[in-house]
Design a binder for this molecule. Structure first.
Ligand SMILES: NC(=O)c1ccc[n+]([C@@H]2O[C@H](COP(=O)([O-])OP(=O)(O)OC[C@H]3O[C@@H](n4cnc5c(N)ncnc54)[C@H](OP(=O)(O)O)[C@@H]3O)[C@@H](O)[C@H]2O)c1
Length: 277
């Protein structure tokens, strides 16, 4: 005899089984709900800790927490001299890069990377919102057709430009595109002050070599994420970093609390740097 609806009641002879199944299902649903709440709490806690770290850092130093992420070959090369950096690392490392972006308030590159790669700097393939996109430039020799000036995916700011001879024209064109050019003197410390004043508490610096080196040389990087691909590119290709002002082994920039993890075929090496106050 068939009766009722759903998987429990199609056969009265199985009523006992159906009741047992119903009870099991209810217990499983409760367990899943408990698990979901626990996970929510854990995610919430991790998120709160993350926000707190940047908040406390800002209040202790007056500047954003700065993370530097770079993808490189085993021999320290970050691009091909003949073309863009895409893709040194594999999909897992790139997904991790997107996760780092998603938790940053702003992501920053130099004019060189904008000219070479025309990057979007948006969060793709993982959850999360797009950070503010910041291009650091002295000369404002920026490609006005660059995709991030046009896609409207996130606020985009140009920072620097105080030495730009042709600044007025580029500023006007960028303003027409809705991209403010925020004056900032060249030292990266000044750029951080400007970003802090604009509410940026966590900044992800994504290169290239000159910008990464400038932040490192000023001892303004708090955490490094190096994604190392098991490839060799050779000395003819651009590497990093530039001069860091290290005179003795003892004054080398040293990571602490180092974590190493596999990201597909690549390695992620992460650690904190003791930054200048
Ligand atoms: N593997 C990776 O993870 C990765 C990541 C990013 C980029 N890359 C590669 O790196 C290469 C580009 O490197 P790069 O060293 O030429 O470029 P970059 O560091 O992105 O840009 C250098 C430019 O940034 C601006 N700049 C630097 N310091 C500044 C300061 N203190 N104040 C204001 N502006 C400042 C200047 O822009 P203006 O010239 O406009 O004045 C300078 O020319 C590309 O080949 C790219 O593919 C690799």
């Amino acid at each position: 005899m068939a009766g009722g609806h759903g998987k429990y009641s199609h056969n009265v002879w199985n009523r006992q089984d159906a009741l047992r199944l119903q009870r099991q299902d209810a217990a499983a649903a409760k367990a899943a709900e408990r698990e979901r709440k626990l996970q929510e709490t854990a995610t919430g806690k991790a998120e709160a800790e993350r926000l707190n770290a940047a908040y406390h850092h800002y209040h202790a130093t007056g500047r954003p927490l700065v993370e530097l992420k770079l993808a490189m070959s085993l021999d320290g090369k970050i691009a091909l001299k003949t073309g863009p950096a895409r893709w040194i690392t594999g999909p897992e490392a790139r997904a991790e890069g997107h996760r780092l972006r998603a938790r940053a308030d702003a992501v920053l590159i130099g004019g060189g990377t904008l000219r070479a790669d025309d990057p979007l700097l948006t969060v793709r393939g993982v959850g999360g919102r797009n950070p503010i996109r910041v291009v650091l430039s002295r000369g404002l020799r920026l490609p006005l057709a660059a995709r991030l000036f046009h896609d409207g995916a996130a606020p985009t700011w140009v920072l620097g430009g105080d030495r730009a001879a042709r600044g007025a024209r580029v500023r006007r064109r960028l303003r027409e595109l809705g991209v403010p050019v925020v004056a900032s003197p060249p030292p990266v410390r000044a750029a951080l002050r400007v970003l802090a004043a604009c509410g940026v508490r966590r900044l992800l610096v994504e290169g290239g070599a000159e910008v990464a080196s400038a932040f490192l040389a000023a001892r303004l990087v708090d955490r490094i994420h190096l994604h190392v691909a098991p490839i060799l590119l050779g000395g003819e290709h651009p590497g990093w970093p530039g001069a860091l002002g290290v005179k003795r082994m003892g004054s080398a920039l040293r990571l602490d609390s180092v974590e190493v993890k596999r990201l597909g075929a690549d390695l992620a090496i992460e650690g904190n740097l003791r930054a200048a106050r």
